[in-house]
Every structure is written in C-alpha cells, then in structure tokens.
Design a protein. Sequence first.
Length: 320
Amino acid sequence: AQSEAQAQAEARAQGNNVRGDGQSQAQVQGTNGGNRGNPWLNNRQAVNPYIGDFNTYQDIRPQAVQATGQASALAQGVRRRGNARAAAQSLAQATSSGEADAAAQAVASAAASTGSDDSTATAEAAAVSETLAEAAAYNPSWASNLYAKSAGYAVSRGQTRAYARSVARAFAFAKQRQYVPQMTTAVADAITSGGSQSRYAYGQAIATAIAEGGDSSAAVAEATATAICTGGSTANAWASAYAVALSQDSRGCLVLNQAKAMAQARCGRNGAEAFSKAEASSRVLGFCGLLDMVPGGINLGWAGGSSASNSYGGLLNSGR
C-alpha cells in the first residue's frame, strides 16, 4: 500500500498544496467558505508576477565571486568561525568608509566558497551564516544594504543556491539569538531596494529554510509572523519573496499557517488585516487557501466566510 508520505510527495509533484492530514487544498475547497471563488487557490498564476526573471537567473552558469584587496581580507574574517560579531562590525566599518561594494563582495564570495561537505567548508558555512545574522543585529538599516548588494553579486554570478543556503541557516542563528525581528526588517528592506534579484535570492533562501526544516523553518515562520504584524512595505516585500518560495515548494503554505498562528497571538486581527492589504500578501494567502483569515474577505473583494471554516483550522479568526 502507498504510504502517506509517498501520497503527499506525489501530490506536491502535481502542484497541490498538501495539508498535514494528506488532503490537498483542492480537496477542501468545497467546504472552505472564505475561499469560494478564490482565483488563486493552487494557481501558479498567483505567484508568477513575483517570480520575475526566475528562468534567467536560474540559467546563469556558476562563476567565482572574485574578492580582491579589502574584499578578500573581509571575506577571510567572514569565513572564520567564532568571529561573527567582529566580522559584522568590520563589514559595517568598511561600508561607512565608502567600501560597501567590497563588503558585499566579501559576503557573496564567502558564501559561494562553502559548497563542499568537508569539515572546513562546513565550519566556514556556519561562520558566514552567523555573520549575516550578526549584521542584522548590529544595524538592520545598514544590513539591508549589505543584504541587497550581496544578493545581487550572488545572483549575477550564478551562486544563488550557495547564498540562499547561507541565508537559510542565518535565519536559524537569528532565531537562536533572538535576532529574528531585526533580520526580518533587514531582509524586507533589501528586497525593496534590491528589486528582482533580491526578491529571487531571498525567496530561494526562504524555500531552502522550509526544506531544511528544524530551526531554519521555524525561524521563517517567526519572521513571517513578524512581517505580518509589521504590515506595510515590510509585509509586502516579505510576501513577494514568499511567493518565490511557494513556486519552489508548496509546503511553504504549512509554514505560513504556523506563522499566522504566531501572529494571532502577537497582534491579532489588526495584524492579519495589515498583511492582507498588500497585493503580494493577498496572492500568497490565496495560493495557500487562506483568504478567509480576515473577516469579510481581503482587499480584492473576495467573499470571506466564517474564519472557523478555513482549511487551516480557523487561524486568525475574528473572535466572533
């Protein structure tokens, strides 16, 4: 007999959003009043506007990210385990001295050099991730510039996968050290300022974190809850990258479900409404079958049924 895990894997391969009980979103659509008439449920067109130059970026052949001069020295510090806070401060000092490009090259180069599985590379990979987390804690505003530039270098040289892996693990470090709010802000601002390259890179990072599970996935749920409660440009930017992640793995809907539960505890109905006002957010919610989280439906005028009837168990209900 086919195992539940096999059934879920096949459903994902067919593009369905699988719930924890093995049912696809399509299977529950008929009982989900708030999603009746939802044009985005299980519909890749919901997230396509945020994928941008996905194929172009994906097809870039990997090239070394050259770090010379000051960038080389900074990269060595970034790769040194136990040096994360000092490395972050060195990157900040370089940026304040007019060497922002060198700092970004250093991070992208360090991330790109950690692809093997030997012990040295594993230690260096952890060091890069720790430095990225410490950068956000040191100064989210400055870190957003570093994140945007670093992502640009990584994507343009075909090193998105390595960079995404570093960022995914940085989320886990940020969670362990309670830096998630700062990192969420820095990433969202980087997506806003960095455009499609940053959206692609951080969408891939979110997808990687979700696939890794554990602390990385839990950190993404916490970061998403932070974005939901913040609303505005932070929510819109985060949702646009989350759309890229969903295009890779619809299990992101399960993490979004967890994030909504966390947001409910933190900021309740107001947070849900703030998140849903952005078009990117509404498409992500629609793709995952969560439109009826907000009483009365969200900003595109879709009908909102009883929140208790939604397919994820009535998270962020209205309290009625």
